[in-house]
Write a protein that binds this ligand. Structure first.
Ligand code: ADP
Ligand code: MG
Length: 457
């Protein structure tokens, strides 16, 4: 392509996609060559490559043909800039997310059957708060690649709380610090798939050798092999072989080892013998921190965009389900605002995200509060709601009433009715009593905080 053609192409694209999109997506592209009908561009990250291929791929092909090139396909290749974690042969394939059919993003090939790593999932981009500080610290320790101190590291927590992010971060970090190590990251499903394939192809020896030759094995979402008996068995042997050789193993699951059903006891106890840390549900501060860090990242892509005060706080408050949903909401908001060229105000936010906001509107019920409180104080639900006046029941009952007043929109008479038909003055008295105790009794204050968090999670 000549300079002149290049200029024309850029002008045309700018006209079609607009200033913001051009700056964010087209400018970072570096033309490499055209061969056999395929135009190749270098891109700084897979994310940009994927986005451009999905959103502007056809447009670029069209414009290239319009300026006289014969192109059927565009291809985006991640340039190996120093900012990009490097991947050595024999380790894991680099970040390639599934691309649109029209174009593919290249990843360096590797020998080991690992899963691709997401270039965005690094320690730098992981926001640390109270709910995840332990998990983060443990992950960082393992990522130093020093002597194996706890084996396995078992990370667990609900959907979208950052398990995969932390595992990829460990893998990237290890590749930088200890390029000599063979690091293998894969999901439990991929492990199972490999295993079944090896059985089918009668290549079990190769399979065993391969997995036993790694220095660090990471298996994500291990709950998926529960109930799959022969896969579990093989996993157990691999696991033991590696532990015996003092190789590091890192496992994640959506629940604690003891709570994974259909997992053999010996495997379960093996999983528990290292360090088990959980990622707690996010709290408001962490959510706000994550949003702020995302906004900083977006500034590069959308330099002209304005964000009104209070929008991030609103989102952190309202979307408490999981980080993936939170991120998705922000991405949508920025894309939408840039498209219509407007400031991100509260109004625009509510408009653009009405479905997400509605879905995450979680109503806490009186029943839920009663159940939680009874569990917390180790008493029977019937005793808490029933007529007994024993102190052991009366105090939890008052705590539950207080929480109902605070966390639901029920009136005092309504609450009274659900506590065995008590009078509203009884409820009022209970609520007041707990209010007083909250400031004088540290234990009560702590109980309330714990319960509130658990209910709002
Ligand atoms: P999980 O594997 O636990 O289901 P992921 O690791 O896939 O969750 O996280 C979901 C999304 O949320 C990812 O895009 C991830 O980058 C993001 N995320 C989760 N926790 C954090 C955090 N503490 N800081 C920044 N991003 C986070
Ligand atoms: Mg995950």
């Amino acid at each position: 392509m000549t300079q002149e053609q290049m200029g024309t192409l850029q002008q045309e694209l700018l006209k079609t996609v607009g200033q913001n999109n051009f700056k964010a997506w087209i400018e970072p592209l570096e033309f490499a060559d055209i061969q056999g009908g395929v135009a190749t561009f270098n891109v700084p990250t897979n994310f940009i490559g994927n986005y451009v291929s999905q959103n502007f791929g056809d447009l670029i092909i069209h414009q290239l043909n319009a300026i006289g090139e014969s192109v059927q396909r565009v291809h985006f290749r991640v340039a190996n800039t120093p900012a990009q974690p490097r991947v050595t042969a024999g380790s894991i394939a680099a970040a390639a997310k599934p691309a649109a059919p029209a174009a593919k993003v290249d990843a360096p090939k590797a020998d080991l059957p690992g899963a691709p790593l997401d270039a965005r999932f690094t320690f730098d981009s992981f926001v640390v708060g109270k709910p995840n500080e332990l998990a983060n610290a443990a992950a960082r320790r393992v990522a130093e690649g020093g002597p194996v101190s706890f084996n396995p590291l078992f990370l667990y927590g609900g959907v979208g709380l950052g398990k995969t992010h932390l595992m990829h971060a460990i893998a990237w970090e290890l590749q930088n610090r200890r390029p000599d190590l063979n690091v293998l990251y894969l999901s439990a499903e991929q492990f199972m798939y490999r295993f079944v394939q090896a059985l089918r192809d009668r290549k079990m020896m190769d399979f065993k050798e391969l997995f036993r030759s790694v220095d660090v094995l990471m298996v994500d979402d291990v709950q998926f092999i529960a109930g799959k008996d022969s896969t579990q068995e093989e996993f157990f042997h691999t696991f033991n072989a590696l532990v015996d050789q003092n190789k590091q193993i890192i496992i994640s699951a959506d629940r604690a080892p003891g709570e994974i059903k259909d997992m053999e006891d010996r495997i379960r106890s093996r999983l528990q013998c290292g360090l088990v840390v959980d990622l707690h549900p996010t709290d408001y501060e962490l959510r706000l921190g994550i949003l702020q860090s995302k906004v900083d990242q977006y500034r590069g892509q959308y330099p002209d965009l304005k964000l009104a005060d209070g929008v991030l706080e609103f989102l952190a408050h309202r979307i408490s389900t999981n980080v993936r949903v939170l991120e998705g909401a922000l991405t949508r908001l920025f894309a939408f605002a840039s498209l219509v060229g407007r400031e991100i105000t509260m109004e625009l936010t509510q408009d653009c995200l009405s479905d997400v906001l509605r879905a995450s509107e979680r109503k806490i019920s009186v029943e839920e509060i009663q159940r939680r409180v009874a569990e917390h104080y180790n008493i029977r639900l019937s005793d808490m709601i029933g007529p007994k006046r024993l102190r052991n029941f009366a105090r939890p009952r008052q705590v539950a009433m207080f929480l109902c007043k605070q966390l639901t929109s029920r009136s005092l008479p309504e609450i009274g009715r659900r506590f065995g038909g008590r009078d509203h003055t009884t409820v009022m008295h209970g609520v007041r009593r707990i209010e007083e105790l909250r400031s004088s009794d540290g234990q009560i204050a702590e109980d309330l905080e714990l319960l509130r968090r658990a209910l709002e999670a």
